[in-house]
Design a protein around this ligand. Structure first.
Ligand SMILES: C[S@@+](CC[C@H](N)C(=O)[O-])C[C@H]1O[C@@H](n2cnc3c(N)ncnc32)[C@H](O)[C@@H]1O
Ligand SMILES: [Zn+2]
Ligand SMILES: [Zn+2]
Ligand SMILES: [Zn+2]
Ligand SMILES: [Zn+2]
Ligand SMILES: [Zn+2]
Ligand SMILES: [Zn+2]
Length: 515
């Protein structure tokens, strides 16, 4: 039995629990146990694998609870009612009809996040819609769709161009010809754009993601609606077969899996799913061949110990991954915080050349590329910085620590100067890291973000088209959303300003925007 600790709740991974797991709308649930004062409570319970917020999925069942037939049926009905409005096959048919329409009739409903067919226009007339959707825009759905920024469930932080292009160039350079994109829609999209330009060598890609909106843009071979916390394919057997076919059709085209999961806890649940993917890949290979499925697992550096516990063959690279819609996770020393997100890989680090123009250089002793401020410590015999700043060696702890830490004789370890003695070492309540406390956790560094539910059709018709009135309206809306917290309001208005900016850009391109 494997256990993982996060926020006073432990995940229990064992085959019996998995076999008996009841289903919520997000597939088989996971078994958890509450922990108080480091002791497990006696009763264990099943809860949703995908949503860490009960607002998103409130499934709860005690492990030993008896569920009546009637409740079971009601649950199945409920789960069914929470599935996407169309099957993937229907989405594909809709897409074909959509692209055959003349440009003026290609309308996307921004409120419902759906490509509209002419017979649906009336129904969506009160909504914010975008007209003249170009074929170019259809090729870049991650730019058309509103990112699902609900940090507790989707945390859809999209790669900045710098990172996305770096990953693709690296994949090509390393000789991979197929990419299994698990929760990396923007990378999948970049590969598809490259494919459409017929750039040699041709790289193929398949996207697995919980965001079903992508079914509107991709075929069943290109996209599977998938939950990476329980390795569940929403599209049933045909979807899991499409995945197996893609993963196993070698034909001399090496494959790599690239994943960028939401950063909450549950590292062990993710690792469990990834091991299943590795298992499927291995079934298509010669048994005596001990090769490993190449992996890029993108995750914050402070999860390193937990990731390595699950996947000892991975090592962490210094490259800082950054995101478009993530104010804190930006690259570089430009006054903003540096991104804590890194690439974990089972490929030899020396083969992964990091861009010299960004200051990365090669350490011949460590045989890997390191960030500019990282220094090789003679005592640790390694380039020890994890966060991009130069770390210093503590003689007492006999290891390198962050530059802002000091050695505290009471706590018998290096800690932040302004700590309260005796409390150091408990780590973060939100993500489980021992590197920081909850208040410093990047998970809680954000004000509440909207969920897709909040972006659903508005009851009131918005008639104003001039930007100023719309911003004022938006501000009012934002005030409603906020619970009086200025931070939320600031963020919400920021988001609406970004939306307006996007609209302005689309208008400049001559696109019609109706709200
Ligand atoms: C941190 S974002 C990564 C996006 C990536 N940086 C990109 O630009 O392509 C997390 C991604 O995982 C997806 N995701 C969130 N929860 C998931 C789940 N339970 N199963 C599968 N995908 C999930 C989100 O929809 C999102 O695309
Ligand atoms: Zn659920
Ligand atoms: Zn609509
Ligand atoms: Zn070194
Ligand atoms: Zn050292
Ligand atoms: Zn120390
Ligand atoms: Zn102390």
């Amino acid at each position: 039995m494997e256990m993982s600790e996060a926020a006073g709740i432990e995940l229990i991974i064992n085959p019996e629990a998995e076999a008996r797991a009841p289903q919520c709308p997000h597939g088989p649930t996971l078994l958890f146990v509450k922990v108080k004062h480091k002791k497990q409570e006696a009763r264990r319970f099943y809860a949703c694998a995908a949503c860490r917020d009960r607002k998103d999925c409130n499934f709860f069942q005690w492990e030993d609870e008896k569920v009546s037939k009637a409740r079971q049926l009601a649950r199945e009905e409920f789960n069914q009612s929470r599935q996407p409005p169309f099957t993937h096959e229907q989405y594909v048919e809709r897409y074909q009809r959509f692209v055959s329409l003349p440009s003026a009739k290609r309308i996307f409903c921004s409120d419902c996040q759906i490509l509209l067919l002419p017979e649906e226009w009336d129904l969506h007339s009160p909504h914010c819609r975008l007209g003249d959707v170009s074929l170019g825009q259809l090729k870049r759905p991650s730019h058309l769709l509103l990112p699902l920024e609900n940090k507790k469930t989707n945390a859809q932080y999209l790669f900045a161009d710098r990172t996305c292009q770096f990953l693709l160039d690296l994949i090509v350079l390393l000789g991979f010809r197929r990419v299994l994109c698990v929760g990396t829609p923007r990378l999948h999209e970049l590969i598809r754009v490259r494919q459409s330009k017929k750039e040699e060598p041709i790289i193929k890609s398949q996207l697995l993601d919980i965001d079903f909106r992508y079914s509107q843009f991709y075929s069943e071979e290109e996209f599977c609606h998938y939950n990476m916390f329980n390795h569940y394919f929403f599209g049933g057997k045909s979807a899991s077969e499409a995945f197996q076919t893609f993963l196993c059709q070698d034909k001399g085209e090496p494959i790599i899996m690239v994943t960028d999961p939401p950063f909450g806890g549950l590292v062990e649940a993710l690792a469990h799913s990834f091991k299943k993917i590795v298992g499927v890949w291995k079934t298509s290979r010669n048994e005596i061949d001990h090769a490993e499925l190449p992996i890029f697992w993108i995750f914050p550096y402070f999860f390193e110990p937990r990731i390595l516990r699950c996947f000892p063959s991975l090592s962490m690279l210094d490259y800082q991954v950054d995101y478009d819609n993530h104010a804190l996770y930006k690259h570089g020393n430009t006054g903003r915080k540096q991104s804590p997100v890194r690439i974990f890989t089972n490929l030899p680090p020396k083969d992964i050349i990091l861009p010299a123009e960004e200051g990365y250089r090669f350490c011949t002793l460590c045989q890997r590329y390191i960030s500019s401020a990282n220094r090789h410590c003679e005592k640790c015999k390694a380039c020890t910085s994890k966060d991009g700043r130069q770390w210093k060696h503590c003689q007492t702890c006999n290891k390198c620590v962050k530059p802002s830490w000091i050695h505290c004789d009471t706590c018998c370890r290096c800690v932040l100067q302004e700590h309260t003695c005796g409390t150091a070492g408990d780590g973060c309540f939100t993500c489980g890291s021992t590197e920081h406390k909850r208040r410093e956790c990047p998970q809680s560094a954000f004000p509440n973000r909207t969920t897709i539910e909040e972006a659903k059709p508005r009851k009131r018709k918005l008639l104003e088209t001039d930007n100023k009135t719309t911003v004022n309206k938006c501000k009012k809306q934002a005030q409603k959303v906020s619970t009086g917290k200025r931070k939320t309001l600031k963020w919400a208005t920021g988001k609406l300003k970004r939306k307006l900016k996007r609209k302005k850009k689309q208008k400049r391109r001559g696109q019609t925007v109706q709200c």
